[in-house]
Design a protein around this ligand. Structure first.
Ligand code: NAD
Ligand code: UGA
Length: 470
């Protein structure tokens, strides 16, 4: 099958997707030079830090991969012009958050970074270049990118004409398991019309992905499949969280219900863990994007259907904050509460849209003093997320704890918000001794052994489980 021999790849955007994805490409395509380019200077500096514990993102296995490939066939740079000019294939892996202003604000994707990077490609590319949408984008964005690439070039009759093929190749990795997901993907999806460009990308992937896992579709199906996959995954979480509330009311146990329904092959057993509400940079924005598209195409009922997934998610966070206050004699004012976990899930330092942010804000609003511990999230990120302005270490009613022990010292309650492994088996007997009584545990991740913690005297609320207290 006809294809182009790709020697130079450039990825625009050195974020949670660009960095790990290109590291895996570099590992499996040793004869290809892979350059990850970003406008953010401090981010690139960290990607190039000789101490890999300083990489800008935390992902299990990423540090080893970077040590093996960096400065051999994997490079991180701010020199966008040169990286584009040298590339035969360019991945656009820039951020696509929800628009905050203007038409579609609060729902539509903000495509300014995609447009800016497409304009950079149009300006600096040379000869024929395959341009690949790696970012998650609204359906039919490939057409916009193609127009920018062909129409925004300066007219210069002395220079050889440039040409572009646009493909869609959405990324399905999950944070915390990104490297494993990239090494052994369930599928690789490629959407496009230019068969030679498609074959060229397939050739790269077949270095490590079995052919039968690579599926090719038209551009629009590929773009829409990515939004749909995230919408279905988020819908499962809202479904199980909705049922968790019913379990608490009826003495059913959500872990038993999850197991019972998950054994049905048609349902499957993954993504059935109840929690404080899904977070992360993508589920909410991608569903909002889907809702916006449905409204644009006058499919109001479909829009309302998907919007409900977000409504339930917000309701779950809200009800948890409220029940914490109710349980603590209807006031948390001046009470120290230990917050365990600030990232949106375990094994990542990413806090974007973390349920912890909303729940902490609600508790701070009620006058609580929070002592926050997360194994990977740093103080600056927590301050930014909770909009704490002070320049010093002082965070007002928020304390930054560097261990479970210091977070829980003198606290009225322990609130587990992220399912980090080290929160599963806390030494409850030691912990309760240093806490105010009655001492509470609010386990929003259904993580702990309730019997054990109850046995040493804790009052407990566990999501989806009617934990009766005396
Ligand atoms: P991110 O914010 O971590 O990284 C994006 C990077 O792009 C930033 O470092 C930014 O500085 C850079 N950038 C923006 N405009 C640029 C430009 N014009 N030139 C050079 N660099 C530029 O975002 P992310 O989490 O990596 O997500 C990127 C895309 O991938 C999004 O569309 C997202 O929806 C999608 N996605 C994310 C995940 C995930 O787990 N985070 C998974 C699948 C898909
Ligand atoms: C998600 C998808 O799983 C990826 O396939 C997709 O590529 C990615 O979004 C994206 O497009 O950004 P991610 O957000 O990194 O990945 O992590 P998930 O494991 O999906 O978790 C999302 C949120 O749902 C987390 O807050 C997690 O704690 C929560 N969750 C997940 C539950 O509450 N219960 C579950 O059973 C699973």
């Amino acid at each position: 099958m006809a294809s182009l021999k790709i020697k130079n790849i450039c990825c625009i955007g050195a974020g949670y997707v660009g960095g790990p994805t290109m590291a895996v490409f570099a590992q499996h395509c040793p004869n290809v030079k892979v350059t990850v380019a970003d406008i953010n200077e401090s981010r690139i500096k960290l990607w190039n830090d000789s101490d890999t514990s300083n990489l800008p993102i935390y992902e299990p296995g990423l540090d080893k991969l970077i040590s093996n490939c960096r400065n051999k066939n994997l490079f991180f740079t701010n020199n966008i012009q040169e990286s584009i000019a040298n590339a035969d294939m360019i991945f656009l892996s820039v951020n696509t958050p929800t628009k905050s202003k203007g038409v579609g604000a609060g729902k539509a994707s903000d495509l300014r970074w995609v447009e800016a990077s497409a304009r950079q490609v149009a300006k600096f590319a040379q000869g024929h270049t395959i341009v690949i949408e790696k970012s998650t984008l609204p359906v039919r964005t490939a057409k916009t990118i193609q127009r920018i690439l062909t129409n925004s070039q300066e007219i210069n009759l002395k220079k050889p004409k440039k040409s572009f093929s646009v493909l869609s190749n959405p990324e399905f990795l999950s944070e915390g398991t990104a490297i494993k997901d990239l090494q052994e993907p369930d599928r690789v999806l490629i959407g496009g019309e230019d068969q030679i460009a498609i074959n060229s990308l397939v050739d790269l992937y077949t270095n490590w992905v079995p052919c039968e896992k690579i599926i090719c579709t038209n551009l629009w199906s590929s773009e829409l499949s990515k939004l749909t996959a995230n919408a279905f995954l988020a819908q499962r979480i809202s479904s199980i969280n909705a049922i968790s509330a019913l379990c608490e009311a009826t003495e059913a146990d959500i872990t038993q219900v999850s197991k019972a329904i998950g054994l049905d092959k048609r349902i499957g057993n993954e993504f059935l863990s109840p929690g404080p509400g899904f977070g992360g940079s993508c589920f909410q924005k991608d569903i909002l994007n889907l809702v916006y598209l449905c409204e644009y195409y006058n499919l109001d009922e479909v829009a309302r259907y998907w919007e409900e997934v977000i409504n339930i998610n917000n309701w779950q966070k809200d009800r948890i904050a409220k029940l914490i206050v109710n349980s603590l004699f209807d006031t948390v004012s001046g009470k120290k509460l230990a917050i365990l976990g600030f990232s949106f899930k375990a094994n990542t330092n990413d806090t974007r849209n973390s349920a912890s942010i909303d729940i902490c804000r609600d508790l701070l609003e009620e006058g609580a003093i929070l002592s926050i511990y997360d194994p990977k999230v740093d103080i600056h990120q927590i301050k930014k997320d909770l909009e704490i302005k002070s320049e010093t270490k002082d965070m007002g009613n928020c304390l930054f704890a560097n261990s479970i022990e210091s977070a829980t010292q003198d606290a009225h309650a322990v609130i587990i918000l992220t399912e980090w492994k080290q929160f599963k088996d806390i030494a409850w007997e030691e912990t309760i001794k240093k806490m105010k009584k009655p001492a509470w545990i609010f386990d929003t991740r259904s993580l702990i052994d309730v019997k054990k913690a109850k046995g040493v005297g804790f009052d407990i609320w566990q999501v989806g489980n009617q934990t009766k207290n005396n």
